[in-house]
Every structure is written in C-alpha cells, then in structure tokens.
Design a protein around this ligand. Structure first.
Ligand SMILES: NC(=O)c1ccc[n+]([C@@H]2O[C@H](COP(=O)([O-])OP(=O)(O)OC[C@H]3O[C@@H](n4cnc5c(N)ncnc54)[C@H](OP(=O)(O)O)[C@@H]3O)[C@@H](O)[C@H]2O)c1
Length: 213
C-alpha cells in the first residue's frame, strides 16, 4: 500500500483526486486541508486528513508519506502576491520537504502555457509562478511528473485526450480526466522526470501516457 499526500485536496480537482485514489487499489490517500471544518467531507468517505497550510510550516503532513500529488492553487480571486505564495513558493516548499523525506515521486498539476508565460496576456504572473515551481522540481533530485493541462472544465471525464510536450493550440479538459492522469502518474515509470501538455482529444488517456513515457 502506498501512502499519497494530496496537497490542495479540498479544491475542485483535489476532491476528485481524493475520490479516485480512495477507490484505487494499492493507494491510501491523505487529504491535506487547511481547516478543521473541511475534515468531515473527507472523513465521511473514509479518507484521512492532515492539516497543513502552504503559507505556514506544513512538514508534519508528510509523515509516513510515499508520494505527493500537488493540486493546490491560489485561484483567480486573489492577487499576484497569493499566486507567488501558493502556486510558486508553496509548491517549492513542498518539493523541498518531499526531498528531505526522500519521497518516491512528486506529481504536480501545473498549467499549459508555462513554457512561454509572456505570450499569454493577463496570465503572465500566474504562468511565471507555475514555471518557477516546475523548474524547481525539474532541478530537484526527486522523481517527478509535471502535468500541464489546458482550461479545466467540470464536464464528465472521458479518458480521451491529446498530449504532447507542446500542443501549440488552446484546448479544454475536464477536471475528472486531469485527476485520473495525476493518479496514473503516481506510477514511478510513467512519464518519469518529464512534463506534458494535455487537452481533451481522442487518444486513450492511460495508453497515451504510457506511450509518452
Ligand atoms: N482553472 C483552470 O482552467 C486551470 C488550468 C490549468 C491549471 N490549473 C491549475 O489547476 C490547479 C487546480 O485547480 P482547481 O480549479 O481544482 O483549484 P481550486 O478549486 O481553486 O483548489 C485549489 C486548492 O488549493 C488550496 N489552497 C489554496 N491556498 C492554500 C494554502 N495556503 N495552503 C493549502 N492549500 C491551499 C485550496 O484550499 P481551500 O479549499 O482551503 O481554499 C483549494 O483546495 C490549480 O493549481 C490551477 O492553477 C487551472
């Protein structure tokens, strides 16, 4: 059994990741949440929680953890300062703690466009923050996968995607498919130490990830 810490577990994608992992064999999810009042949502499903705030010291949440899925983000309602604090510095802190704990894999939910932040008007700061975190992970000594999806939707998952290092076109993908991809990426050899962009398409999700690996 592998113990997986989900950072950002109470988010729209994080809740789906928690559910997918809880139903998958071989994994035990630990939902990292910020507030006690968020516990019941997870405990009602039999999912254990760990309290941790990315702007604070959250290393205790990593006790006995094997791998991490990082799906936190400051969201669109806050300013650039929070984007830096959560999407960039929060992710970097988590990578350092994961390294200190010699974790087996760090899977991060990034965003399409991070490779050329200056080309996406209005999102430059956000994409630069994500890129800084992605680059920090690439330079770390922990095995990783970086998933860079297009715009997230709340549609049902189809597990049909298009993936590439650079897709060179915009697109959307459901949070359900992204959650499933993050869970597949926990396997050590799937897309080890690489990043890829992903939108909804016609290729089977798991096969596409395996052939990209
Ligand atoms: N929206 C898009 O189209 C899009 C596209 C590509 C990539 N992404 C990325 O995908 C990720 C997930 O998106 P989403 O829409 O599922 O996000 P979301 O619903 O906004 O969830 C974000 C999660 O991060 C948590 N968080 C924020 N600040 C935190 C802190 N200081 N400490 C610990 N946790 C903290 C939130 O906690 P609370 O629940 O306590 O608030 C929430 O659970 C984000 O990183 C986003 O940038 C989004």
């Amino acid at each position: 059994m592998e113990y997986i810490l989900i950072i950002g577990a109470n988010g729209k994608t994080g809740r789906i990741i928690s559910k997918v992992l809880n139903n998958a064999s071989g994994y035990k999810p630990y939902a990292m949440i910020r507030e006690e009042k968020q516990k019941s949502y997870f405990e009602n499903q039999g999912i254990e929680t760990r309290i941790g705030d990315l702007e604070d010291n959250f290393s205790k949440a990593f006790e006995n953890i094997d791998k991490v899925i990082f799906a936190a983000g400051s969201g669109g309602q806050t300013g650039d300062d929070k984007t830096t604090a959560i999407d960039q510095d929060g992710a970097i802190k988590a990578i350092v703690i994961a390294e200190n704990h010699s974790l087996q894999k760090f899977v991060i939910l990034s965003s399409m466009g991070t490779d050329k932040p200056e080309q996406v008007k209005g999102l430059e700061h956000y994409l630069k923050a994500k890129k800084t975190a992605d680059d920090f992970l690439r330079a770390s000594n922990i095995p990783f996968t970086i998933i860079q999806p297009g715009a997230l939707t709340d549609e049902d998952g189809r597990e049909k995607v298009e993936i590439a290092k650079h897709l060179n076109k915009p697109g959307k993908i459901s949070r359900e498919d992204v959650a499933q991809a993050l869970v597949y990426a926990l396997e050590l050899d799937i897309i080890k130490n690489r990043s890829f962009e992903m939108i909804s398409g016609e290729d089977d999700l798991k096969s596409a990830m395996e052939s990209y690996s």
